[in-house]
Design a protein around this ligand. Structure first.
Ligand code: ATP
Length: 337
């Protein structure tokens, strides 16, 4: 089942700057400048809609924020941080933010009644125009295929590793890596999305505005239950190792069809995580089993990718034998289901 128990929380800290120029500008557009298409998905405080800009024909994924809800639930800082972080990231494996705009118009004049009703709650919006990922979520690919072959999983996992290396080098912890947040382009390459839980570390390359910081204390945990590492349940400070644990869970899910710590309730899931109760299906190769086992180490600093040699140990693991790391994005991805 799709685990939607996302509990977002962003963080404080890092470099602060008074004058800050966004790469992705805030434009003076309204929703009426776009031809709206299908709804890609619904998050806890936003809807993502396919939208073609009428004058240029460019297609975007508009992340339409439920501003009222965001204000009511005190999520403004998280939304601002997501925008600031996305604005400064530039990597083929990270969903790109093109521009933002503030929209206060009703959609009804240019749109049919059904869409109008669906989007009615979003009249007051602060929206993001993101790169459109037409291939949908990796989660849906796994669901459609039942499970992925090792070759397919190897390719996807390699693209995620390549993107995570970039994100970690920027001094950011994503904190919500899971198949739902790994989106596919039309040609089948992976992009990491949803930076609503991101945490910049002290030495981050990212500039965070003072009013974009937020407080973790109000949250019990950040991320999604099935992918949360044990140290987060023990209230340890966030580290890059958090994402590597989630990567281990995601790879397990690609190969088996379900997350390793699946259970009937969040509480039971947490018990299994703390007890590190992992059962590997017998069709996993020795290499896959070994990599997942290492990524799911109880000690976050021992997970491949978290050690002093950075990502070298992870990329050199036998599971990734045959992967050409320098040309990943030029390679032909697995066929979409
Ligand atoms: P939450 O905010 O609760 O963590 P979420 O990550 O699902 O949830 P959103 O970022 O609002 O929230 O995205 C909602 C859904 O829209 C996603 O699950 C995804 O399927 C889809 N989506 C998000 N961004 C894009 C994109 N750039 N291209 C295509 N679809 C997208």
């Amino acid at each position: 089942n799709k685990d939607n128990s996302s509990n977002t929380g962003a963080s404080n800290n890092v470099q602060r700057s008074k004058s800050f120029a966004f790469r992705a500008p805030q434009e003076n557009f309204s929703i009426q400048d776009f031809e709206l298409g299908k709804i890609y998905g619904v998050g806890s405080y936003s809807k993502v809609v396919r939208a073609k800009k009428k004058d240029t024909g460019m297609v975007y994924a508009l992340k339409i924020m439920d501003k009222k809800f965001i204000t009511k639930e005190n999520k403004t800082a998280y939304v601002k941080l997501e925008r600031i972080v996305l604005d400064q990231l530039e990597h083929p494996g990270v969903v790109r933010l093109y521009f933002t705009f503030q929209d206060t118009f009703s959609l009804c004049s240019s749109f049919n009644l059904l869409h109008c009703l669906t989007l009615f709650s979003l009249i007051y919006c602060e929206d993001m125009a993101l790169e459109s990922c037409e291939g949908g979520e990796l989660f849906d690919q796994i669901t459609r295929k039942g499970r992925l072959s090792e070759d397919e999983a190897r390719f996807y996992a390699a693209e995620v590793v390549d993107s995570l290396e970039y994100i970690h080098n920027m001094g950011l912890i994503h904190r919500d890596i899971k198949p739902e947040n790994l989106l596919l382009t039309t040609d089948g390459h992976i992009k990491i999305a949803d930076f609503g839980s991101v945490k910049p570390m002290q030495n981050s390359q990212i500039t965070v505005l003072p009013n974009a910081s937020s407080d973790d204390k109000a949250c019990t945990f950040v991320g999604t239950a099935a992918y949360v590492p044990p140290e987060v349940l023990n209230s340890s400070p966030a580290t890059f190792g958090n994402d590597l644990w989630a990567l281990g869970c995601t790879l397990y899910q690609m190969l088996s069809g379900t997350s390793p710590f699946k259970d009937a309730s969040e509480w039971l899931i947490f018990q299994r995580i703390i007890a590190r109760d992992i059962r590997f299906p017998n069709y996993f190769s020795e290499e896959a089993r070994d990599l997942i086992d290492r990524l799911l180490d109880l000690d976050p600093s021992k997970r491949p990718g978290a050690g002093p040699d950075g990502y070298a140990t992870l990329k050199m693991h036998p599971f990734f034998r045959g992967i050409d790391w320098s040309s990943l994005r030029a390679q032909t991805p697995p066929k979409l289901a």
